[in-house]
Design a protein around this ligand. Structure first.
Ligand SMILES: *[C@@H]1O[C@H](CO)[C@@H](O)[C@H](O)[C@H]1NC(C)=O
Ligand SMILES: *[C@@H]1O[C@H](CO)[C@@H](O)[C@H](O)[C@H]1NC(C)=O
Ligand SMILES: *[C@@H]1O[C@H](CO)[C@@H](O)[C@H](O)[C@H]1NC(C)=O
Ligand SMILES: *[C@@H]1O[C@H](CO)[C@@H](O)[C@H](O)[C@H]1NC(C)=O
Ligand SMILES: *[C@@H]1O[C@H](CO)[C@@H](O)[C@H](O)[C@H]1NC(C)=O
Ligand SMILES: *[C@@H]1O[C@H](CO)[C@@H](O)[C@H](O)[C@H]1NC(C)=O
Ligand SMILES: *[C@@H]1O[C@H](CO)[C@@H](O)[C@H](O)[C@H]1NC(C)=O
Ligand SMILES: *[C@@H]1O[C@H](CO)[C@@H](O)[C@H](O)[C@H]1NC(C)=O
Ligand SMILES: *[C@@H]1O[C@H](CO)[C@@H](O)[C@H](O)[C@H]1NC(C)=O
Ligand SMILES: *[C@@H]1O[C@H](CO)[C@@H](O)[C@H](O)[C@H]1NC(C)=O
Ligand SMILES: *[C@@H]1O[C@H](CO)[C@@H](O)[C@H](O)[C@H]1NC(C)=O
Ligand SMILES: *[C@@H]1O[C@H](CO)[C@@H](O)[C@H](O)[C@H]1NC(C)=O
Length: 694
């Protein structure tokens, strides 16, 4: 508003056109995660830039760098002090924070926000630029862009800053800004985020859980109506609508397992590694009833459930030569995203528990899987863009065909679909789509023609559980399962290449089999994980490690966990909290956290024999409700994170009154072995994530 107001005022005064809205970007203006103006993450260029002085990670490659050099030369400024200022201003496009520097209130700029905060110790760079350049004639001046819709200034015309602004104050009020409140400005040096934001807070050390249900679920999503209702799904193919009790109420989850919201068991192929992997609600679910499920099916059992094989001639894979890791036929098993409707029919008005029609409305996506493991399958709607993100693993077996790096393959990728605009049948076949969706206009294939249009990010092994930070949607976090040594947490960005199978973690990886060739490390700019753990770091008594990605904890229930990213290992003996220091820097420090079960847990927790740890069994997923409380979904039940004092942990920020209402202690009396009873199904589930395919 301020910008527009001043612009109009000066337009009247100086009677010339300048500045403002060039494009409206999809960038969230309040974030400071290192990000480039094109929404890609900064990467380290293979060779140092020749013109711009940016070492390490940068938003420029050599082409951008030479374009900036050309732009600089076209300014035709010989006055040395001004030329030097202009060069570093143009080069700030390479800054890892360029999205932030070049964007104010969603308006993209030609020049970055120049620091003019005299309060801070930072130099008043805006003043420097004015002082050195005010009388210098600049050709094609980046300071004189146009109001949108106006005729462009003639090419090669020159202007001075004093032609555009009356004074330094005018200039700096538009071009300047200060580095406060999570926003950054450009002071002539590489941008950095404010270091003072809550750096005194110490890393969390513990987490208190209460058990709210006995059931074993694979996914949980909050109702879009903001209520205390959530959907749970199990691997077999059933979905329930449940009501979450208040923290401290002493009550468990209100879920009626005999009355599913939707039962897809007839369509779902449920086996060791297969099943209903994920559910998602359309952002307007409360109005339109659109409900999505991602599951596996077996085309030999359900002939209608057959899509194109992911092993095909486009990706140099011959399905007839495909050696399956089981007795399965090539591409016998499919990964599917399907849409259902929860529209209430008038006749079911009396029903207390709402249900959805199991009749599919639309098949969004179908793809045949080459092997039996690593097919992720999570679906999530982007909170900013409303598009459907679909996580897909490399297909397993150590990725012999190098699918994760193959831009023509959808394996080892995160995809992004527009499910609100469904193209016609002929359009779908013309575009060679894998189902009924359209491609968002800014998917990265527009920058890289080699990419399949569905692809949002590549180089993943098995992205097992991703989430968008509820406070900062640009933090799209994914746990990515490792092969031999390292489990990763990645921040997913547009067109990001997360390195697999050139790298596992930050280490070069040597594949056991490479039928489909290899990608050289010099040909990619990988984005390395921001957190993770080595297999050797974890207690592996039950088997090898496999990450389960979690959430940024945004609830106030445990103020000591607040702001940290939670993740754990499938074997549920090890969990971590990642703290970003400084905030918005992308620089995380992780600590392992102990966890316990509240003495007054609504359902008493079993304990791991010979320890104090609650027997979670296998940690499949995390969930988040509309209060931002976080849940652990494991093979032994559903656990909610509650105030630390309920486990006897101390947290300096916890208020003694809030959330710690005394609840009568229930008799603990259970120390059952976690393998008791359902040993077989646990062992089956155990195999779900561990690249059994070899
Ligand atoms: C490049 O940047 C570094 C660090 O900001 C600085 O020390 C160095 O003098 C710069 N070099 C040139 C040629 O500007
Ligand atoms: C660059 O500026 C000089 C004066 O400083 C002028 O003589 C010359 O024509 C300009 N060149 C272009 C290409 O505008
Ligand atoms: C620019 O011009 C103004 C007014 O003509 C003058 O006061 C000022 O010293 C000049 N600045 C430079 C750096 O030449
Ligand atoms: C602007 O200047 C450049 C460099 O001198 C020249 O190549 C180009 O043709 C000019 N453009 C116009 C429209 O005059
Ligand atoms: C930048 O400086 C000008 C003049 O000193 C001031 O009016 C303006 O409010 C400042 N802008 C910001 C964002 O601090
Ligand atoms: C960092 O943020 C704090 C609090 O918002 C502010 O007081 C301080 O001046 C900022 N520091 C810099 C270097 O901008
Ligand atoms: C920074 O945040 C504080 C508190 O939220 C607010 O009072 C202040 O106005 C903000 N400053 C700027 C420059 O936005
Ligand atoms: C730092 O964190 C604590 C605990 O979450 C919170 O109470 C406090 O307001 C935070 N301070 C700032 C400056 O964000
Ligand atoms: C959960 O299981 C325990 C024992 O396995 C049983 O005592 C309890 O009633 C169950 N609770 C619910 C809510 O199903
Ligand atoms: C569900 O209801 C919405 C709103 O009334 C309507 O637009 C939509 O077409 C319905 N969907 C189905 C599958 O009937
Ligand atoms: C990253 O975090 C660590 C631990 O808090 C800190 O020592 C280091 O300075 C940070 N690095 C950057 C680049 O901010
Ligand atoms: C967790 O961290 C503590 C303290 O750094 C360390 O002593 C312990 O060995 C760690 N445990 C695991 C399983 O990594």
């Amino acid at each position: 508003m301020a910008v527009a107001h001043l612009t109009m005022k000066m337009l009247m005064q100086k009677n010339i056109f300048f500045f403002v809205t060039l494009f409206l970007l999809l960038i969230n203006p309040t974030l400071s995660l290192p990000l480039c103006t094109n929404s890609n993450a900064p990467v380290t260029p293979k060779a140092p830039l020749a013109f711009c002085n940016y070492t390490g990670s940068s938003c420029c490659d050599s082409t951008d760098d030479s374009n900036i050099k050309k732009q600089f030369e076209s300014l035709n400024v010989s006055q040395p002090a001004c030329a030097s200022s202009l060069k570093i201003i143009l080069c700030s496009r390479c800054d890892p924070f360029s999205a932030e520097l070049f964007t104010i209130k969603t308006v993209a700029r030609q020049v970055p926000v120049l620091c003019n905060s005299t309060a801070s110790s930072r130099s008043n760079f805006c003043e420097t630029v004015w002082d050195t350049c005010q009388n210098v004639s600049i050709t094609n001046s980046p300071f004189s862009p146009l109001l949108q819709g106006q005729a462009p200034t003639p090419a090669n015309s020159s202007s001075k800053l004093t032609d555009i602004w009356q004074s330094k104050a005018d200039f700096c009020s538009i071009i300047g800004g200060s580095s406060v409140n999570d926003s950054v400005c450009f002071d002539g040096e590489k941008a950095s985020v404010n270091m003072t934001t809550n750096s005194t807070k110490s890393a969390p050390t513990s987490m208190c859980l209460e058990k709210v249900a006995n059931g074993s679920y694979l996914d949980m999503v909050a109702h879009t109506d903001g209520s205390n209702r959530v959907f749970f799904s199990n691997q077999k193919g059933q979905i329930w609508l449940a009501t979450i009790p208040e923290v401290g109420s002493g009550r468990g989850l209100d879920i009626d397992e005999s009355n599913p919201f939707l039962d897809l068991t007839d369509q779902v192929h449920f086996d060791i590694q297969f099943g209903l992997m994920s559910i998602a609600l359309h952002p307007n679910f409360a109005q339109n009833g659109r409900f999505f499920a991602s599951f596996n099916c077996d085309k030999t059992q359900t002939p209608s459930c057959a899509g194109r094989c992911a092993c095909n001639s486009d990706v140099n894979c011959d399905p007839s030569k495909l050696v399956s890791d089981t007795a399965a036929q090539p591409c016998q098993y499919q990964t599917v995203v399907a849409e259902y409707t929860a529209n209430r029919t008038s006749s079911s008005r009396a029903s207390v528990i709402p249900t959805a029609s199991p009749v599919e409305v639309r098949r969004i996506f179908t793809m045949g899987l080459p092997f039996t493991s690593h097919h992720a399958g999570q679906i999530l709607f982007g909170p900013n863009d409303g598009y459907l993100y679909f996580m897909m693993g490399d297909g397993g077996a150590g990725d012999p065909y190098n699918f994760a790096q193959n831009k023509k393959s959808l394996l080892g990728k995160i995809m992004r679909f527009d499910v609100d605009n469904i193209p016609s049948e002929s359009e779908i076949s013309r575009l060679g789509l894998w189902g009924n969706y359209s491609i968002p206009r800014d998917n990265p294939y527009t920058d890289d023609k080699d990419l399949q249009p569905e692809i949002w990010a590549l180089g993943l092994l098995n992205p097992w559980r991703c989430s968008f930070d509820a406070e900062r949607p640009s933090y799209f976090m994914c746990g990515d399962v490792g092969q031999n040594d390292y489990e990763e947490v990645n921040i997913i960005t547009k067109n990001g290449n997360y390195g697999w199978r050139v790298y596992e973690g930050t280490t070069l990886y040597t594949p056991e089999s490479s039928t489909g060739g290899n990608t050289s490390s010099s040909s990619i700019n990988p984005i390395f994980p921001v957190m993770g753990y080595k297999h050797s770091d974890v207690n592996k008594n039950e088997g090898s490690a496999s990450i389960t990605g979690g959430f940024f904890y945004r609830s106030t229930t445990d103020p000591c966990l607040s702001g940290s990213y939670l993740y754990g290992d499938l074997y549920a003996h090890n969990m971590w909290a990642g703290v970003e220091t400084p905030e918005n820097s992308g620089n995380f420090t992780t600590s392992n956290i102990t966890f316990g079960c509240a003495k007054d847990s609504p359902i008493a927790c079993d304990v791991v024999p010979g320890s104090d740890l609650p027997a979670l069994g296998y940690l499949f997923s995390y969930g988040e409700d509309n209060n931002k409380d976080v849940y652990l979904l494991s093979s032994s039940g559903v656990y909610r994170i509650v105030p630390p004092s309920r486990c006897g942990y101390t947290c300096a920020y916890e208020s003694r009154t809030a959330g710690s209402t005394p609840v009568p202690t229930s008799p603990s009396g259970s120390s059952a072995n976690m393998l008791k009873g359902s040993c077989k199904s646990l062992l089956l589930l155990l195999l779900l994530f561990i690249g059994l395919g070899i």
